[in-house]
Write a protein that binds this ligand. Structure first.
Ligand code: BMP
Length: 280
């Protein structure tokens, strides 16, 4: 009865959270456990990548504060693409302050994240008040929250008792606003089966390289989904990286074709790993 043996579709009905429910439905419908992380610094590239990989992904992850020409038109266009191509949106904001402050950061300011992002995430460093603060803004809108239980970067302090406290906080959350984790492994089942059905989303995924110069560490979709039991692979530069090269900047059309190709390559690798996992 371990969660890793269940199909995504069979987990829909056990979701207390509307965003998690919709995400699992989308994964099953599109046969995709791929989230693309579009970490580019201008609107047009962000929208072009979302358009190119849209059909292959269940989720688009943003770092909205790196977009230099951000305005609400970007949000409207991204939302339109999410409807057209049937994907959800995850703003990787990594909230980390007291409840009152994060509630404002989430709902107000320039970005008004809660108004358009189906899912966001938070560190548990300030304690469970951060969950209540974010829930105040996100719950009425049916949003979902992921806790950063483990990180992919070398030397991360997210381990041991800290990871356990994140899992406990998710289990203790009565509201259902916390719907899963950013983690490198099946943290919710580290000490046996978990009653709540939570999602594990995993960054640090790459097929061609092992890391970057700033501490990122990559594993393959098979290591992440089949061997470690995680639910969703998050891939950034492995998909859009060509746009950062001189050739990519010089010839956007060819580069976008490459982005599309990488998107379908990672989609297949993630889904094959999932099929192997439920069959194993
Ligand atoms: P890339 O695949 O290009 O390395 O990008 C990974 C993305 O996932 C980045 O947006 C990063 O902020 C995010 N991320 C991560 O790499 N490791 C974590 O532990 C948590 C993250 O959100």
């Amino acid at each position: 009865n371990s969660i890793v043996k269940k199909t995504y579709g069979s987990r829909v009905s056990s979701q207390a959270n509307a965003a998690a429910k919709q995400l699992l439905e989308t994964m099953e419908r599109k046969k995709s456990n791929l989230c693309v992380s579009i970490d580019v610094t201008n609107k047009s590239d962000l929208l072009a990548v979302a358009e190119a990989v849209g059909p292959d992904v269940c989720l688009v992850k943003t770092h909205i504060d790196i977009v230099e020409d951000f305005d609400m038109d970007l949000v409207e266009k991204l939302t339109a693409l999410s409807k057209e191509h049937d994907f959800m949106i995850f703003e990787d904001r990594k909230f980390a302050d007291i409840g009152n402050t994060v509630s404002l950061q989430y709902s107000a300011g320039v970005h008004k994240i809660a108004s358009w992002s189906h899912i966001t995430n938070a560190h548990l460093v300030p304690g469970p008040g951060i969950i209540s603060g974010l829930a105040k803004a996100g719950e009425p809108l049916g949003r979902g929250l992921l806790l950063l239980a483990e990180m992919s970067s070398a030397g991360a302090l997210t381990k041991g008792d800290y990871t356990k406290a994140c899992v406990q906080a998710a289990k203790d959350d009565k509201s259902g606003f916390v719907c899963g984790f950013i983690a490198m492994s099946r943290v919710d089942e580290a000490d046996g089966p978990c009653e709540k059905d939570l999602l594990v989303l995993t960054p640090g995924v790459g097929l061609d390289v092992k890391g970057d110069a700033l501490g990122q560490q990559y594993r393959t979709p098979d290591q992440v989904v089949r061997q470690s039991g995680c639910d969703i692979i998050i891939v950034g530069r492995g998909i859009y990286g060509v746009l950062m090269t001189e050739e990519g900047k010089a010839d956007k059309v060819t580069a976008m074709n490459k982005v599309r190709e990488q998107g379908s390559r990672y989609k297949k690798a993630g889904w094959d790993a999932y099929l192997a996992r439920i069959d194993d």
